[in-house]
Design a protein around this ligand. Structure first.
Ligand SMILES: Nc1nc2c(c(=O)[nH]1)N[C@H]1C(S)=C(S)[C@@H](COP(=O)(O)O)O[C@H]1N2
Ligand SMILES: [Mo]
Length: 247
């Protein structure tokens, strides 16, 4: 808890505007980048990924869950699927797996559903408590049966920034197997809306907000994330963020 606040306030004091182009500049230039790297390095060593994120109560749930990041996908595949009420949506699980999957929302909802009331912490320094419902990422990956060579799960998203770069993220298989790592389908007792990542988003309360990829359409199991996007493991990582974003 204490350490999480320390990280948030340190970043705040530095005036880092996470998830904006200003951050890009700060991160790639000198002292800001060094401080960010050292704080996150410390975090990684001291906390690791084994702990459980704090659980909150219904009374803590914020009435409005702030929206951040790219605008909802303009991609015609995405808007077409949305128009049909997601009836044709399929989450693809592919790559280094024995049993590739293409899961409809009905197939996902047929898996054991988990509810968690947890806090979302954006690197910008704001937090919001939400009630999430979805399936464990571990359960979905188990259906696909990753091979022994698989080390990372790479998430592809429908949205892109103004320059056309698609959002993506990655977790190692230990982070993916964490019991609180969900593929979220609902937020605050309603199906995810477009702004919050409909129809499926990653929800990983043990790491900073940018890891919780919205609008996910594919999960690829791979031995390395070097071949995805800019090669650093995620959209923001490609611009200087640490790949490990544990809190
Ligand atoms: N696909 C996608 N996922 C994303 C982002 C984004 O721009 N695109 N922004 C990230 C960041 S920085 C944050 S803080 C959260 C915001 O989630 P929210 O809009 O549901 O609050 O989504 C994360 N996941
Ligand atoms: Mo964020």
């Amino acid at each position: 808890m204490k350490r999480r606040l320390f990280v948030a306030s340190s970043l705040g004091a530095l005036g880092l505007a996470g998830c904006s182009s200003r951050l890009k500049d700060s991160l790639t230039n000198g002292p800001f980048h060094n401080v960010l790297t050292s704080v996150e390095g410390l975090n990684h060593k001291v906390i690791g990924t084994r702990g459980m994120a704090r659980l909150y109560t219904e009374a803590d749930v914020a009435r409005e869950f702030r929206v951040n990041g790219n605008d909802p996908p303009a991609d015609s595949t995405y808007t077409g699927l949305a128009k049909d009420g997601w009836s044709r949506y399929k989450l693809v699980v592919t790559g280094l797996v024995d049993h590739p999957q293409a899961l409809t929302l009905a197939a996902l909802r047929a898996l054991p559903l988990q509810t968690q009331i947890t806090r979302h912490d954006c690197v910008e320094g704001w937090s919001v408590v939400g009630k999430w419902r979805g399936v464990r990422l571990a359960d979905v990956l188990a259906l696909a049966a990753p091979t022994a060579a698989a080390r990372y799960a790479i998430f592809s998203c429908y949205d892109a920034d103004d320059g056309g770069a698609h959002y993506y993220e990655s977790l190692d298989l230990a982070q993916a197997a964490h019991p609180q790592t969900l593929l979220a389908l609902d937020l605050n007792d309603a199906a995810l809306d477009t702004a919050h990542g409909a129809p499926v988003r990653l929800r990983i309360p043990t790491q900073l907000g940018y890891k919780s990829a919205k609008w996910v359409y594919r999960i690829e199991l791979a031995a390395t994330f070097a071949g995805a996007g800019g090669g650093k493991g995620g959209y923001w990582e490609d611009q200087g963020y640490e790949w490990y974003a544990g809190i």
